[in-house]
Design a protein around this ligand. Structure first.
Ligand SMILES: *[C@@H]1O[C@H](CO)[C@@H](O)[C@H](O)[C@H]1NC(C)=O
Ligand SMILES: *[C@@H]1O[C@H](CO)[C@@H](O)[C@H](O)[C@H]1NC(C)=O
Ligand SMILES: *[C@@H]1O[C@H](CO)[C@@H](O)[C@H](O)[C@H]1NC(C)=O
Length: 260
């Protein structure tokens, strides 16, 4: 308890309480009330890159991506009208960008001149807007001197999803001519935790594994779709891509499910 004759001390303890309250608040506030941000990213020329928007507000009507640090319709890449489920490309769309329902923007095969700032602009049902800018830096890969850019590293883009919603674990930089894919729960290739395998040739065929919950689908491009994610789906997921020459490549990404 505070001694009444110690005002300086009391001030200090109030300050401590305030700090504690602030840190508790920032700890407890759900991710949706955090400020919208765009994660800056470095990538080698020729890679596929995902620009992620974090802490998207709730009750969104639409979001749009722009080249540059400002919202300027001349530099609009694409908009996603959530209420209609429609994507509208803008004047700055190069044909290589895809916008996803979680707000992410996928660039396929980035070039050096994709380097720059990108801004996402969100509109809520109550017409409140928010925007955030991130930076994409594309560098010359030394690899491009002796191997084609298609050898960019296989990557699984990590994703956040609200409980009960769908989630897509995107596979970027697939090798050419894959023969099939298999997906595993966890960071290692453990057949008892196999979700399923997708064979491309001779005919496209999906075979579920022991860890298939009935909610996972593997697409012909390797991406893994979850329907109605649960909190306990949070974790790492690993893909193994088998190529026609029977060599394999593997990559791991993370799914984080948050409470709605
Ligand atoms: C970026 O470079 C590509 C070729 O590498 C070219 O086709 C495109 O027009 C360039 N874009 C801009 C905005 O300069
Ligand atoms: C893979 O296919 C799914 C379903 O058609 C699509 O939503 C996704 O964008 C594709 N992934 C890539 C990296 O193109
Ligand atoms: C995960 O949670 C769901 C309910 O949200 C439950 O039905 C399921 O059995 C759980 N799975 C595991 C592996 O614990």
């Amino acid at each position: 308890m505070e001694a009444p004759s110690a005002p300086a001390h009391r001030g200090l303890s109030l300050w401590k309480e305030l700090l504690l309250a602030v840190s508790l608040l920032s700890f407890w506030s759900p991710p949706t009330t955090a400020r919208l941000t765009v994660e800056s990213i470095n990538a080698a020329e020729g890679e596929d890159v995902l620009l992620l928007a974090h802490s998207l507000p709730e009750n969104l009507v639409s979001y749009s991506w722009y080249r540059g640090e400002r919202v300027d319709s001349k530099h609009q890449i694409a908009s996603y009208i959530i209420t209609l489920g429609r994507i509208l490309p803008g004047p700055a769309h190069s044909g290589r960008e895809t916008i996803y329902s979680n707000g992410a923007l996928l660039f396929q095969k980035v070039t050096l001149n994709d380097t720059g700032y990108y801004t996402v602009h969100t509109v809520r049902k109550d017409l409140q807007t928010e925007e955030a800018t991130g930076q994409l830096r594309v560098y010359i890969s030394l690899l491009t001197f002796w191997s084609p850019p298609s050898t960019a590293r296989l990557t699984v883009a990590s994703v956040n999803a609200a409980e009960g919603k769908g989630a897509l674990l995107l596979v970027l930089n697939l090798p050419e001519n894959p023969a099939g894919y298999s997906w595993f729960r966890g960071e290692s290739v453990d057949s008892s935790r196999g979700i399923g395998a997708f064979l491309i040739e001779p005919t496209q065929k999906f075979t579920p594994g022991p860890a298939h919950s009935g909610r996972e689908t593997i697409y012909p491009n390797g991406s893994l779709l979850f329907q109605k994610v649960a909190l306990n789906d949070t974790g790492h997921y690993t893909i193994v891509v088998t190529k026609k020459d029977f060599l394999t490549e593997k990559a791991t990404g993370q799914l984080t499910v948050y409470r709605k």
